[in-house]
Design a protein around this ligand. Structure first.
Ligand code: GLC
Length: 561
């Protein structure tokens, strides 16, 4: 059968609200596993490693961009929306991957860079040659001067001086919110909207389960605004959702909108825009909470974002493929976080920190676990970044954000077991510095060690999967007499989980207010140990540094109901 005759693939059947129970594993095809030995990861390699991904206990994969691209922004500069970068394989390999993932009950969310293309995209090449004012030219945003939209901030402050660049062929300036080789598409042009919908249909026919919509606050521009979150952008998203939903009610839109909580929340609309949105303000506050040994940063931000439309869900994360962005904190907080976590200035990029989780935590297993306990129990669906499950390190000597995108460390064999190519051919060098070297930190070794971080994550994800309350439950902060302890209840019908975490580097005691819980017996989830019943007094707990508990509240050991 030739690829054009392919039947439309079915997505996994089931609950349309599946994303509420999603545990998402984010990865780069390029860096995961190289099956053909050319030094670059590929879809065949990824398919071979699906059993590993399933073994983690995640149920959704988010793929970083895999489209043809000059790769000047690691694939976020797309030159063809309907293909696969030849280094990663072809469309049949992609299809085989999606089918195999579905066979294991794993859903696939793909990255869709909607705001801009590469300047090598045929649309841009056509646009710059087309007459001014023509529909072809109008695929992008042009101006005769570079002082239009002066209120708009620059995002990549380390590299870009302006959001406009001169194009000598068009003899006009084009608009770009990111790198100058990434011209912004013009969504005021209905043809561009149609192109986007066609692209989505193309991938839907391959069976994908969702799209991460990159950089969506910037889709539409208007003069005398800051060009972020315009009503026109929200109207466009509602239009896309409506079109999508008609045939694909179970496919999700995941918003990348790096914004303050009130604005980010708007990307849910009234439940008629994106199904999910990344919680950017929460992320740095988890790091802040540990650094300040205080529950306040987390409580304050979450209190403001608990109420979202019923069918929507936050995507929460600790690290991803970008710098740990500090855009959604105050300047004083940013300086504090920089000083705490990026004393070495080479680790700073734009308004963030280009480091992985384990180095950020000084390889301290207690803090790595504590952050994961938060990630897996705060409201939202957690997103894990490949390699963090084994505590992989980074390489700040590599440029841009490449240092956090190095090859997955599978074993202590050559190239970390990632590829059989000669080392200079690798997509990126493997980590060799002694502290984080693949010789010491790799999947094979941690697989065999029941106490490894990898196996701890597997066990913790298994526990989480047994309780609907984590993905779907309500959230209630509990009063305590100790600001270093964060305590909250996650409740879904008779599933009541009490979470408590000591954010401090010293041992702590706490008394927690548990009104209306008198008589219930907390059973610690990992060991199923019964703790003293909740009495009339506030509930007392003591903690080692950075320790945590997840308790199920039961009727004398049995489920409540
Ligand atoms: C998003 C991506 C980032 C990329 C940028 C421009 O922020 O996460 O990796 O560089 O968009 O496409």
């Amino acid at each position: 059968m030739n690829r054009h005759e392919r039947p439309v693939r079915n997505r996994l059947n089931g609950d349309v609200l599946w994303y509420k129970d999603a545990v998402i594993y984010q990865l780069h095809v390029k860096s995961f596993f190289d099956a053909d030995g050319d030094g670059v990861g590929d879809f065949k390699g990824l398919t071979q490693k699906l059993d590993y991904i399933a073994s983690l206990g995640v149920n959704t994969i988010w793929l970083l961009p895999f489209y043809p691209s000059p790769r000047r922004d690691d694939g976020y500069d797309i030159s063809d929306y309907r293909g696969i970068s030849s280094q990663y394989g072809d469309i049949d390999d992609f299809q085989a991957f999606v089918d195999a993932a579905h066979g294991l009950g794993i859903r696939v969310v793909v990255e869709l860079v909607v705001n801009h293309t590469s300047d090598e995209h045929p649309w841009f090449q056509r646009a710059r040659r087309a007459p001014a004012g023509s529909p072809e030219r109008d695929y992008y945003v042009w101006s005769d001067t570079d002082d239009k939209f002066a209120e708009t901030r620059i995002i990549f402050v380390d590299t870009e001086k302006s959001n406009w660049s001169w194009d000598p062929v068009a003899k006009a300036y084009y608009w770009h919110r990111f790198y100058s080789h990434q011209p912004d598409l013009n969504y005021r042009n209905p043809e561009v909207v149609e192109e986007l919908l066609d692209t989505m249909r193309f991938w839907l026919d391959k069976g994908v389960d969702g799209f991460r919509l990159d950089a969506i606050p910037h889709l539409v521009e208007r003069e005398h605004t800051d060009n972020e979150n315009l009503p026109e952008t929200h109207a466009l998203l509602k239009h896309i959702r409506k079109k999508l939903e008609r045939k694909h009610p179970d496919v999700i839109l995941l918003a990348e909108a790096n914004l303050w909580q009130q604005e980010a929340r708007e990307y849910f609309g009234e439940g008629d825009e994106c199904h999910m949105a990344f919680h950017f303000p929460l992320m740095p506050r988890m790091f802040m909470a540990i650094a300040k040994e205080s529950a306040k940063p987390i409580k304050t931000i979450l209190r403001q974002t608990l109420s979202i439309p019923d069918e929507c869900q936050w995507a929460i994360f600790l690290r991803n493929h970008d710098e740990l962005t500090l855009e959604m904190v105050t300047e004083a907080e940013r300086n504090f976080l920089w000083e705490t976590y990026a004393a070495d200035k080479r680790a700073r990029l734009n308004l963030g920190i280009r480091r992985r989780l384990s180095p950020l935590m000084g390889q301290d297993r207690r803090r790595i676990e504590l952050l994961h306990m938060l990630l897996l129990s705060l409201p939202g669906s957690p997103v894990l970044y490949y390699g963090d499950e084994i505590g992989m390190g980074d390489n700040i000597d590599l440029g841009d954000r490449d240092g956090v995108r190095t090859p997955m460390q599978w074993s202590d064999r050559e190239n970390a077991g990632f590829s059989q190519a000669a080392p200079p051919k690798l997509a990126l060098p493997v980590i060799t510095d002694p502290q984080f070297s693949y010789a010491a930190i790799n999947v094979a070794e941690q697989d065999d060690d029941p106490h490894s971080l990898l196996n701890w994550i597997r066990q913790t994800l298994r526990l989480r999967a047994e309780h609907a309350a984590f993905g779907r439950g309500s959230m209630r902060f509990l009063k305590t007499d100790n600001d270093s302890v964060l305590a909250y209840l996650r409740e879904c019908r008779d599933d009541i989980i009490l979470c408590a975490a000591n954010l401090s580097k010293t041992s702590q005691a706490v008394r927690i207010d548990l009104p209306d819980m008198q008589g219930l017996v907390p059973v610690e989830l990992t060991g199923e140990t019964m703790f003293p019943a909740i009495g009339r007094q506030r509930y007392s707990l003591t903690f080692q540094p950075y320790a945590y508990f997840w308790f199920k509240l039961t009727n004398n050991g049995a489920a409540t109901s």
